[in-house]
Design a protein around this ligand. Structure first.
Ligand code: GGG
Length: 358
């Protein structure tokens, strides 16, 4: 029996509703699998915690998390805590401290979900984005001076290190090499960003020479955004800096029919630290507590967690259960035009797990 310790941080808003369904889906997977068991410990960190304690997680939060095999995370951010305070108090420190430098974000239209593009179905929208996750525009370097005066200045510096750029691009080449199409696209903006992105492009070209079997292209990020819409079928693996990857993958979520669908894995490939799995979506305060948030992204993130833990069979089963459920089109939350609740969708996916495993 393989036993894993999972830290669960539901966080804020709809993160709480959706992560419960992800945890239950994992419990059902363990029941039907037979050789897999998980213990879950919940940490109620987030904006409510901040309002009580003055910080988003305890001082020794990272030390506590370091002992787990993986982290299941909901969402972060809720008024009245400013978004930059909540994000920099919880999620970004985890990504950086645990060197989760790969943020894997599949863009795949599920069967039965009407995507927003005319004449583009699941066979056209099926690629994966790799977002650099520890530096770049999210380096956290900058400052403000002369506050509240006419001379006020704000500076935010992007940080691109050779180690950081090379390792994320190399991950992209390696991932592309494992896929049948072997195609890698890099998002750049080197016409305008003459230091950071010219450097990014140089490293991309250097690595391309090591991977002659991978066909590679680069697009300015604005043109790539357009390509997401006009020719998604031309994409296989996309690699991007932290901010570009963040923006592109929200577009990817829209291509999947709803931001309630895309998952993400914040990965430390060397496995020195636990990796973190979360829906791409945020806390959605407007629908928090209404019980109508789509749990698919969180459950799909749990499937990515199973893959990462080395149980691709179980990860595949969970993904197939999600796809079988959407294929029926019968149980969908309002973001997808249905009227089902979060719990009803979660229960329908668990039924599919049992049916597929039986
Ligand atoms: N579930 C992820 C979440 O809460 N995301 C909120 C957010 O704004 N994240 C910013 C980021 O990933 O860069």
């Amino acid at each position: 029996m393989n036993t894993y310790r999972i830290a669960v941080i539901p966080g804020d808003g709809i993160g709480v509703d959706t992560i419960d369904e992800a945890q239950q889906a994992l419990q059902t997977i363990c029941q039907v699998h037979g050789g897999l068991s998980m213990t879950f410990e919940r940490y109620p960190w987030g904006c409510q915690y901040y309002l009580r304690e003055g910080r988003m997680m305890p001082e020794d939060g990272l030390r506590i998390l370091a002992d787990y095999d993986a982290i299941l995370f909901g969402a972060v951010g809720f008024p009245p805590v400013p978004d930059h305070v909540s994000l920099w108090g919880l999620l970004l420190p985890i990504r950086q401290a645990f060197d989760q430098y790969i943020n894997l974000r599949p863009v795949k239209l599920l069967p039965g979900i009407p995507g927003p593009l005319r004449n583009k179905g699941p066979e056209d929208i099926d690629f994966i984005c790799i977002r650099e996750n520890t530096e770049g525009e999210y380096g956290g370097v900058g400052g403000r001076v002369h506050r509240h005066s006419d001379n006020e200045v704000a500076v935010q510096t992007s940080v691109f290190t050779r180690r950081g750029v090379e390792r994320v691009l190399r991950y992209g080449f390696e991932l592309a090499r494992k896929r049948p199409r072997r195609e890698l696209v890099s998002a750049t903006k080197s016409n305008a960003l003459q230091y950071t992105m010219v450097f990014w492009d140089e490293v991309f070209r250097e690595l391309a020479a090591e991977y002659p079997d991978v066909s590679c292209r680069q697009y300015h990020v604005d043109a790539l955004a357009a390509r997401f819409i006009t020719a998604p079928e031309s994409l296989d693996v996309v690699v991007a800096s932290n901010l570009f990857g963040d923006i592109l993958t929200d577009l990817g979520g829209a291509l999947q029919g709803s931001l309630g669908i895309p998952p993400s894995g914040n990965i430390n490939p060397e496995r020195r630290y636990p990796s973190l799995f979360e829906p791409v979506h945020g806390s959605a305060p407007d629908i928090a507590g209404k019980g109508i948030a789509n749990p698919i992204a969180a459950i799909w993130a749990a499937s990515m967690m199973l893959d990462h833990l080395g149980h691709e069979d179980a990860g595949r089963l969970l993904w197939e259960a999600i796809a079988a459920m959407t294929r029926t089109g019968a149980v969908l939350t309002p973001d997808l035009g249905g009227s089902a609740t979060t719990k009803e969708v979660g229960a329908a996916i668990r039924e599919q797990i049992i049916a597929l495993a039986g």
